[in-house]
Design a binder for this molecule. Structure first.
Ligand SMILES: Cc1cc2nc3c(=O)[nH]c(=O)nc-3n(C[C@H](O)[C@H](O)[C@H](O)COP(=O)(O)O)c2cc1C
Length: 200
């Protein structure tokens, strides 16, 4: 069975919800899916002062070598100053040994994100993840236009050809909408389908 890892970081829970939707899509395509988050690196007093959600649901990934156990790795990080969070970058920067051994070559990869504002760095953040995954040797799956929900400007919504996304607003009050979550499900399904075909 195709094994998919959904790996994310979330301070306020938006990426947590998107990770669940991505996993739902991948499971719908018959994949076995694990959802893991990367360790928090912000000092506890900083996290508390910034109001980080204390009860993010999924387990922390056991270590960098776990990446080698999957056929596909879908990485989600909220925007931090227009690029992926340091928590995610810090975790991925531990992959030097895996990279040296070529242990991730040929796996399937994808990215998803969240920003406060519509133009606060969605595409650049997705590409900061995608760039990293390309160095790992992953074959990238985006969010193709078969997902028509990424079109239209009548309502605020996330999602782009580069990956599923949501918009949290400056105070974090906007939650992932139906369109945002549908895009995440679609991308999860596509990743699982591609990984299954490549393994055949
Ligand atoms: C230090 C910091 C930097 C941020 N930088 C940006 C930014 O450049 N652009 C933007 O739109 N949002 C920015 N945000 C807002 C986050 O992207 C937003 O809180 C996040 O997408 C919510 O996802 P989460 O609930 O999964 O943490 C920043 C937030 C923090 C704490």
């Amino acid at each position: 069975m195709t094994k998919v890892l959904v790996l994310y970081y979330s301070s306020y829970g938006h990426m947590e919800q998107m990770a669940d939707a991505i996993a739902e899509g991948a499971r719908g395509a018959g994949a076995e899916v694990d959802i893991r988050r990367v360790p928090e690196t912000a000092p506890a007093d900083v996290a508390k002062a910034a109001g980080f959600k204390p009860d993010i649901s999924h387990p922390v990934i056991e270590g960098i070598d776990k990446l080698a156990d999957y056929d596909a790795i879908i990485v989600g990080s909220p925007t931090r100053f227009g690029r992926m969070s340091s928590q995610m970058a810090s975790f991925l920067d531990q992959a030097g040994g895996l990279w040296m051994r070529g242990a991730l070559n040929g796996k399937v990869g994808a990215a998803f994100t969240s920003t406060a504002t519509q133009h606060g760095g969605q595409e650049v953040t997705l590409f900061s993840i995608i760039t990293n995954l390309l160095h790992f040797g992953l074959t990238i799956v985006g969010l193709d236009y078969g997902f028509a929900g990424q079109m239209g400007v009548k309502e605020v919504h996330g999602n782009s050809p580069y990956g599923a996304s949501t918009i949290a607003d400056g105070d974090g009050s906007r939650q992932p909408s139906q369109v945002d979550l549908d895009g995440a499900r679609y991308q999860g399904r596509r990743v699982a389908e591609v990984a299954t075909k490549l393994a055949a």
